[in-house]
Design a protein around this ligand. Structure first.
Ligand SMILES: [Cu+2]
Length: 279
């Protein structure tokens, strides 16, 4: 049995060194801690609610007993402020998943209440054939920060976002991927945002789509792309090979999403990360 604790609370979070938002967070970080499991694991997750309102947790993509699925008012009573709830289940599916609030998700998820859930397969032969040396998770989110107040960004008049983050940080504060020519990186795009679609693009050559929403793509059905639309809730696992050395961009192809409040810093902003390839 693997045991985890998730505590939801309101925090102040730096998406840039000079930009701080108010966020709803698991364990005081955005995204919440990455839960890494192996297929067949039995898990128990204690969820404590320190938010000023009720919440729950949904395990996005997992086939679970209905009572463990998480939607408030549908399969369980909401977890009230100060209360706890225990989720307990066995993970049967390998792949890239996520967890997120399922109580007022329009606000709570848009304020940061989510995290990645990665399940390694018991049989690693397919992983071995993918032959990647680096494994990177890319979780996308939008923010609306106005006059010192943070609002949940929505695809709605007056609620459109002005900041964008990869794993809780906007470029130039996003973490670079560092690798060598000839090496392969598995990038797990997760649409942890809940309103916007991001056409994620990588410079320096196409990538191969090897898994969609946690499901392996059979070898003969895989295709190469250099831009993939990552919509709300979607996951795409791609393998990108470093063909040439240099500084290659990974970014959303909606130009507004690569700015910080409409401004570029160090050549870009928002949904941008550098892939630094050494010879
Ligand atoms: Cu975008």
């Amino acid at each position: 049995m693997k045991v985890f604790e998730l505590e939801a609370s309101v925090i102040r979070w730096n998406i840039l060194s000079h930009e701080r938002v108010s966020a709803y967070a698991f364990n005081k970080q955005v995204p919440g801690p990455r839960i890494e499991l192996t297929q067949g694991d039995r898990v128990r997750i204690h969820v404590k609610n320190d938010l000023p309102e009720s919440t729950t947790v949904h395990w996005h993509g997992l086939v679970l007993p209905n009572a463990m699925d998480g939607p408030a008012e549908i399969t369980q009573e909401p977890i009230e402020p100060g209360q706890s709830y225990i989720y307990q289940y066995t993970v049967r599916q390998p792949g890239t998943f996520m967890y997120h609030t399922h109580d007022h998700p329009d606000r709570q998820q848009a304020l940061g209440l989510y995290g990645a859930l990665i399940v390694r397969p018991k049989d690693t032969s397919r992983e071995d054939r993918l032959a990647y040396q680096h494994d990177v998770v890319v979780q996308l989110q939008e923010w609306l920060e106005r006059e010192g107040f943070t609002y949940p960004a929505m695809l709605m008049e007056g609620a459109l976002p002005n900041f964008f983050t990869i794993n809780g940080k906007a470029y130039p504060d996003t973490e670079p991927i560092r690798m060598r020519v000839g090496k392969r990186v598995r990038i797990r795009f997760i649409g942890t945002n809940n309103n916007f679609i991001h056409p994620m693009h990588i410079h320096g050559g196409p990538f191969e789509i090897v898994e969609t929403d946690g499901n392996p793509v059979p070898e003969g059905a895989r295709f190469l792309k250099d831009t993939i639309n990552v919509g709300p809730g979607e996951r795409y696992d791609v393998i990108w090979t470093a063909r040439r050395h240099g500084r290659w961009l990974l970014h959303c192809h909606i130009p507004h999403h690569t700015t910080n409040e409409n401004v570029e810093e160090e050549g870009a902003g928002g949904l941008t990360a550098l892939i630094e390839v050494a010879p």
